[in-house]
Design a protein around this ligand. Structure first.
Ligand code: AMP
Ligand code: ZN
Length: 140
């Protein structure tokens, strides 16, 4: 499969590896938002968060706190973001599930630039009902 991250996992491409076990690999992002920007990637190829079974995701995300602590310590960051993209419209450029760990510094000039909407009338209650009912169909 022509997937950059699978090729890194299979050692066909180089990467600045941080950690690896049978379920997960972590390496430096080649174009960091801030230096130390690290990716945490399941070894099995799933495109989206929606595709991976929860139990398997647990075996991937168990490493997030340790990697986050290490990135914070090594970069002397003041904080960090954990960020994850699903689909091109959400900014996903590599179609292999991954988590970004982005060290943040006070006044680092980076912003996610969120704009936030306001619910009106019963829109929020209806949205709550719709998602709860969808969750029943999807299953927990
Ligand atoms: P996303 O936009 O969420 O799909 O993020 C993909 C990330 O992968 C980007 O931040 C890229 O800089 C990073 N990336 C792409 N190719 C490589 C590579 N060969 N080694 C390390 N990071 C990469
Ligand atoms: Zn892949």
């Amino acid at each position: 499969m022509d997937c950059i991250f699978c090729r890194i996992i299979n050692r066909e491409l180089p990467a600045a590896r941080i950690f690896e076990d049978s379920d997960v690999i972590s390496f430096l992002d080649i174009n960091p938002v801030n230096f130390g920007h690290t990716l945490v990637v399941p070894k099995r190829h799933y495109e989206l968060l929606l595709d991976i079974p929860g139990v398997e995701l647990g075996r991937v995300t168990k490493i997030l706190p340790s990697i986050a602590r290490a990135v914070m310590a090594a970069t002397k960051a003041d904080g960090l973001n954990v960020f994850q993209t699903n689909g091109p419209c959400a900014g996903q450029t590599v179609p292999h599930l991954h988590f970004h760990i982005i060290p943040r510094h006070t006044h680092d000039d980076f912003s996610f630039g969120w704009r936030q909407k306001k619910y009106r009338g019963d829109e929020m209650a209806r949205m709550q009902t719709d998602i709860i009912s969808a969750l029943k169909n999807v299953g927990v």
